[in-house]
Write a protein that binds this ligand. Structure first.
Ligand code: DX5
Ligand code: ZN
Length: 239
């Protein structure tokens, strides 16, 4: 089944469902939908690849019947090859695996794509771009971690912005660049200027009492940063 589509020509916020109220998941999905969210980011943790346990394919599948929003699954698991089919069958529209878990991800990325799902590759803050570079042609999405994976609510690591810039110049047009961890009103603009398009945000949405206001505020900050970066690029070309 082909995946749902998503337009990232304008900055898109992806609420991280790790930070939502697990006791009221369906309610949270409804509230995010009416707040204008287009994507839900599902953080899957196995207490092995990362020191935390979250949820898996069964839970994601149960929410699939409640919404047509784009499902962006982030697999922080040690053995994605073993569980991949479950996430495809659960109705995920993008499935991202970690280069640190699968140093030779070519075959897995191909499997994801063949299933009609967007294939993503994530890299941790300390992992250099050179490690993912040989595989970029097989990626629809590259996810730059801006915190150590495992927990929400951590502080943004600004050093990763350089990697976002580097990736922007390496990926083929049409490959999405996503950033995940510590994204909020104070950090989204610099992430957008560096070239990110899909912004994963947990605390800065769920700790807010008005999801719509939080989403709109961050989207407009990212859009303004893009306009600023474009202005500088074209001034550079003209000069
Ligand atoms: C961390 C997860 C993130 C995280 C984001 O391992 O991948 O998606 O939950 O949460 P905040 O926005 O609070 O850093
Ligand atoms: Zn994530």
């Amino acid at each position: 089944m082909p995946s749902r589509s998503l337009n990232v020509e304008a900055p898109v916020l992806a609420p991280s469902m790790l930070k939502c109220d697990f006791a009221d998941l369906a309610g949270e999905v409804r509230r995010l939908e009416s707040a204008g969210a287009q994507v839900l980011h599902w953080d899957v943790m196995d207490a092995n690849f990362v020191p935390n346990l979250s949820y898996g394919a069964m839970l994601i599948k149960s929410l699939r019947s409640r919404t047509e929003l784009f499902f962006d699954a982030h697999l922080m698991i040690a053995d994605p090859a073993k569980y991949l089919n479950d996430y495809v069958a659960a109705g995920c529209d993008a499935v991202t695996i970690h280069i640190e878990a699968v140093p030779a991800p070519g075959e897995l990325l191909e499997r994801i794509r063949k299933a009609g799902v967007k294939a993503g590759l994530a890299l941790n803050p300390q992992t250099p771009v050179e490690q993912v570079a040989p595989h970029l042609g097989q990626c629809d999405l590259v996810l730059v971690m801006s915190v150590q994976p495992g927990f929400g609510g951590q502080a943004f690591i600004p050093d990763v912005l350089q990697k976002v810039q580097q990736l922007r110049s390496l990926v083929r047009p049409g490959t999405w660049i996503s950033i995940d961890g510590g994204i909020g009103p104070d950090t989204i603009a610099e992430a957008a200027t560096a070239g990110a398009q899909l912004f994963v945000a947990g605390s800065s949405i769920f700790d807010h009492n008005d999801y719509q206001a939080a989403l709109r505020d961050m989207e407009s900050r990212a859009a303004a940063a893009w306009r600023g970066a474009q202005g500088r690029d074209s001034a550079g070309e003209a000069g």
